[in-house]
Design a protein around this ligand. Structure first.
Ligand code: ATP
Ligand code: MG
Ligand code: MG
Ligand code: MG
Length: 507
């Protein structure tokens, strides 16, 4: 079943308290309307702000006298949940989660295949949950008597001194913001608001086993799973938009979208004055008959958006920021009313696409490591597109697709000298041969982003051996200013930042 046009909410900030306490200002990079809630429950009070694309946020929360649920994002296995709960097809995602919690308690979150962050308040307890991939980041601050939670950590930066904050064992702390923790991917944190106790329970783990599936069966399984994931992400009304590079990952998504959508499909490619993949994307758009658009960003303007990328993604990983920078620029150019955007992001992680590794033991080790270390990078964050009001969704990180791809033995990922073989074979009937056989090219490479950033660092006087470390310092510096310090990204001059870091030997 297709999705509604957009999720009921993109994010939230909430304060659940048994005593008093002021809620910090609702500072979001996410663009949207804001709805304020103030609910006096039997055992505690909840103040919250939901940020949402539509005129109201009704589908993003439920409340009765004792409990309240906030839900940002969307669920992809709604039909299965209807099956177990007997709910109406029109029930909101928040109603489904509330029903699952009534039936399964905190294990409800093990049942959901979605892209979401949720906060469930009941009695003196708060549950803070992420989807399997932590794809909608969620942060908490726990002190006896009060819990704060937000989908952007910058919204909690002004929460005051951390003196009474309790630790959340098993959750990552946040640079420069004492007392704050990021809820791990695929986890629910069970918090006692009166005591400030917090326990992390896992709801999903990346599979570590591998299946010796027959190649034909693997190809068919990948096709079926990916097709289902794409269909579940199509808008119920209006045209789908696929961000298309002409690489196999986004081309497969575009092909399945065009095949399943009742309307025409829009595709969009970005490039810079330095480099683009326009010819390769055009081949796919023509083949599929999509309404295709190209946008070119000047590389100086692209680099000027580094502060915006860090501000939106709240990530400290310089490589991830390089992948996300061109996408940030592209999402800002979409314009118009909020859209549902499908991407081909993330296929390379379970398939080992970026490692260009022929040796199967090494390929599997790389996949295992990447699947073990994605948490906290915020690569899939919806905020990247939500800063311009759009909702992005990534079919390759659908829980079923991700599990399937991860668990295939590495000889199905690398085969006949090709990367991502099983994926290529699964869509070979839908795309031109030149697309199916096109080698992987990272978005940071195809757009010239890595090269342009390196050039800027070199021009500031850095030696070749220092480029990577300067980039890492730049990202930390931007995080400290935009996320921790609350500076607006528009007010930061990236060349100044790099000059100071290179000239001063650090920040
Ligand atoms: P491959 O990994 O084989 O190159 P790909 O280009 O589709 O396939 P990535 O390079 O990993 O995938 O990029 C991740 C995603 O980001 C793409 O699937 C696509 O949705 C989006 N993307 C990347 N480059 C562009 C671009 N130039 N224009 C529009 N979208 C892009
Ligand atoms: Mg990496
Ligand atoms: Mg890819
Ligand atoms: Mg690519």
């Amino acid at each position: 079943m297709a999705q509604t046009h957009l999720p009921a909410a993109y994010g939230f900030l909430a304060s659940a308290h048994t005593s008093g306490g002021r809620m910090p200002a609702a500072v979001f990079a996410t663009l949207g309307r804001q709805t304020l809630l103030a609910e006096r429950l039997r055992a505690q009070t909840v103040d919250a702000v939901l940020v949402h694309p539509g005129s109201d946020a009704d589908g993003a929360y439920t409340t009765d006298g004792d409990s309240l649920l906030l839900f940002a994002g969307e669920i992809y296995n709604r039909e299965e949940i209807h099956g177990t709960l007997g709910t109406e097809e029109s029930a909101s995602d928040a109603v489904l989660v509330t029903g699952l919690i009534e039936k399964y308690g905190l294990h409800a979150f093990r049942m959901i295949n979605g892209r979401y962050a949720a906060l469930a308040v009941s009695g003196t307890r708060v549950l803070a949950a992420t989807d399997h991939a932590g794809s909608v980041p969620l942060y908490v601050r726990v002190e006896p008597g009060r819990v704060l939670a937000a989908t952007e950590v910058k919204a909690l930066a002004g929460a005051g001194p951390a003196g009474r904050c309790a630790p959340v064992l098993g959750a990552r702390r946040v640079r420069g913001l004492p007392g704050l923790h990021q809820v791990p991917a695929g986890a629910v944190v069970d918090i006692g608001v009166d005591t400030g106790s917090a326990a992390v329970h896992r709801t999903w783990l990346p599979p570590v086993h591998r299946c010796l599936t027959e190649p034909d069966d693997a190809v068919n399984a990948v096709r079926a799973a990916l097709d289902k994931a794409v269909v579940r992400r199509l808008p119920a009304a209006g045209r789908p938009l696929v961000v298309l590079s002409g690489g196999i990952d986004s081309s497969a998504v575009a092909a399945l979208t065009a095949g399943a959508s009742a309307t025409r499909t829009d595709t969009l490619s970005m490039g810079t004055d330095v480099s683009n993949e326009f010819p390769q994307a055009r081949v796919v758009a023509e083949h599929l008959g999509s309404d295709h658009r190209e946008m070119t960003v000047e590389s100086g303007e692209l680099l000027a958006l580094l502060p915006h990328t860090v501000h939106a993604a709240e990530s400290l990983d310089p490589e991830v920021i390089e992948y996300l920078l061109p996408l940030t620029a592209m999402y800002r150019c979409i314009g118009g009313p909020p859209r549902r955007v499908l991407t081909g992001y993330g296929a390379d992680i379970p398939l080992g696409g970026m490692h260009r590794e022929d040796r199967l033991p090494n390929l599997d080790a790389a996949v295992a490591l990447d699947m073990d270390s994605f948490d906290g990078l915020n690569e899939m964050s919806p905020v990247l597109s939500a800063v311009s009001g759009h909702w992005s969704t990534h079919p390759y990180w659908d829980r079923e697709v991700l599990e399937l791809l991860t668990s295939l033995e590495s000889g199905l990922k690398r085969r006949f000298g090709r990367d991502k073989w099983v994926l290529r074979a699964s869509v070979s009937d839908l795309l031109p041969t030149e697309t199916v056989t096109r080698p992987k090219l990272g978005v940071h490479e195809g757009s010239g982003t890595t090269a342009s950033f390196s050039l800027l660092v070199r021009r500031a006087g850095a030696g070749e051996e220092d480029i990577a470390s300067v980039k890492a310092q730049v990202v930390r510096h931007l995080f400290d200013r935009t996320v921790v310090g609350g500076e607006q990204p528009d007010d930061i001059d990236i060349e100044d930042v790099i000059d100071k870091i290179v000239g001063g030997g650090g920040t």
